[in-house]
Design a protein around this ligand. Structure first.
Ligand code: GLU
Length: 441
């Protein structure tokens, strides 16, 4: 590439950032980063009736969450004089005219405009099929095709990389460049994204916004990896870190045929990144997740030690596809508000287990905090049971229900280790209380 490219992601802030938009943003970002260029975020908010501040904030937050940082930022509503000047010029030159208060672009006829698309090749449009179009509405606002072309030229955009649905807008934008004698960028229209049934991707196929996936426990690195494969490939490889994507990405490897959105693959990638990621970093994502989903209060979430979150990740990631599952399994570690499984309580917190549990509680209370490691806990527990003439299996499930509220989970002594001494004793005491209450009933 001769000069460093300048590309833009230009969302209309009329709602959430959905996965199709995120794919467009990602491809632009990768193209810029790969070639040492500039990635611009341009908010196309000229349609004031549909644009909202809330949507702008959400789009920015979703891009940040995905790690797609931008180098320059613009809002079209702040660039009004630019469009006004360009539109007046067209009017003065007779290339546009006024009718019923709106300003119309005069499409030269006869004629043909050819879009030279980097991915699709040449696509010709006969001007007989392109009607004159509004550039400035009667309320003084500017239309997408006009503002977009003026902006792309003014910002020195070298490559317009966007969704396929905009291909048919491109000849109109080219006509605007030509009429204003502006330098034209290259165009690349990305393949469509279809559902597994090969229909246009929509809400009906499940979540479509980036934040819905986040709230379903998808990791940003998994979503990014999933999105890059919607239209781009590198041999038959599936797993790419962000750094690898930046190093490998090129437009020439973008496919022309439609990409299929396969949620199972997203879950598979998510599990991969859950298993492979650094536990501390994933722990922080888990903390945010717990807070956002209201699983624990904000104060509680902030108070959870880093090491505990990392431990929760290590203990449960093998058995979880998403952070939702992981949080559910790890909940007993992260919050002291236990949810007891009633069947587990009925079956294992029974009166005859009381004395044995009480004895174990005393034994563990005698251990030093530093002895709360799985091997030492197992040794102490087995020694106590041997003295009392009992076996581990007689008390294991009782202990587990007392400590976790559930009948299934990771190893008993690992569980004790992560809970640490004070919490283990508190929960065993609570278990004893439940036994007593059961007796009274
Ligand atoms: N605002 C348009 C959209 O959100 C952007 C189209 C373009 O990239 O030119 O679809």
């Amino acid at each position: 590439m001769k000069m460093a490219p300048r590309v833009r992601f230009a969302p209309s802030p009329t709602g959430a950032l959905h996965v199709g938009g995120a794919r467009t943003a990602l491809f632009n970002w990768l193209f810029a980063r790969h070639h040492g260029g500039t990635f611009i975020l341009r908010i196309e908010d000229t349609d004031r009736s549909r644009s909202t501040e809330e949507s702008i904030e959400e789009i920015k937050a979703a891009l940040r969450w995905l790690g797609l940082d931008w180098d320059e930022y613009y809002r079209e509503t702040e660039r009004f004089p630019l469009y006004q000047e360009a539109a007046e010029r067209l009017l003065a030159q007779g290339k546009a005219y006024e009718r019923e208060g709106a300003w119309w672009f005069r499409v030269p006829r006869p004629g043909t405009t050819v879009v030279h698309d980097l991915l699709l090749g040449d696509v010709a449009y006969d001007h007989g099929l392109i009607k004159d179009f509004v550039i400035r509405r009667s309320d003084g606002s500017f239309t997408y095709n006009f503002a977009c072309a003026v902006d792309d030229a003014d910002l020195g955009i070298t490559h317009v990389i966007r969704a396929n649905e905009h291909l048919n807008n491109t000849p109109r934008q080219i006509l605007v460049y030509q009429a204003l004698e502006l330098e034209m960028p290259e165009f690349a229209h990305l393949p469509m994204v279809l559902s597994k049934e090969r229909t246009k991707l929509s809400k009906r196929h499940g979540a479509t916004s980036v934040f819905e996936y986040r709230d379903r426990g998808i990791l940003p690195e998994a979503l990014i990896n999933f999105l890059v494969r919607l239209g781009w490939s590198c041999g038959d490889r599936e797993i790419f870190s962000k750094e690898e994507m930046v190093a490998l990405f090129d437009l020439k490897d973008v496919n022309v045929s439609a990409a299929v959105f396969d949620e199972e693959k997203l879950l598979w990638l998510n599990q991969h990144y859950l298993k492979a990621g650094d536990p501390e970093r994933l722990g922080e994502l888990l903390r945010e997740f717990l807070m956002r989903q209201g699983i624990v209060s904000e104060e509680e979430a902030e108070a959870i030690p880093k090491a505990k979150l990392a431990k929760a990740i290590e203990l449960f990631r093998e058995r979880s596809e998403t952070l939702v599952e992981l949080a559910e399994k790890a909940r007993f570690i992260l919050s002291d508000r236990l949810e007891y499984d009633p069947k587990g309580v009925e079956r294992f917190l029974t009166p005859e287990k009381g004395p044995l549990l009480e004895g174990l509680l005393e034994e563990l209370a005698g251990l030093d905090e530093s002895e709360f490691t799985a091997p030492r806990l197992e040794e102490a527990t087995r020694a106590y049971l041997a003295r009392a003439g009992h076996q581990l299996k007689e008390i294991a499930q009782t202990c587990r229900v007392a400590l976790t509220g559930k009948t299934e989970g990771p190893g008993l002594f690992e569980t004790m280790e992560v809970l640490e001494k004070a919490e283990v004793l508190t929960r065993l005491r609570r278990g004893l209380e439940l036994i007593r209450q059961g007796q009274g009933a």
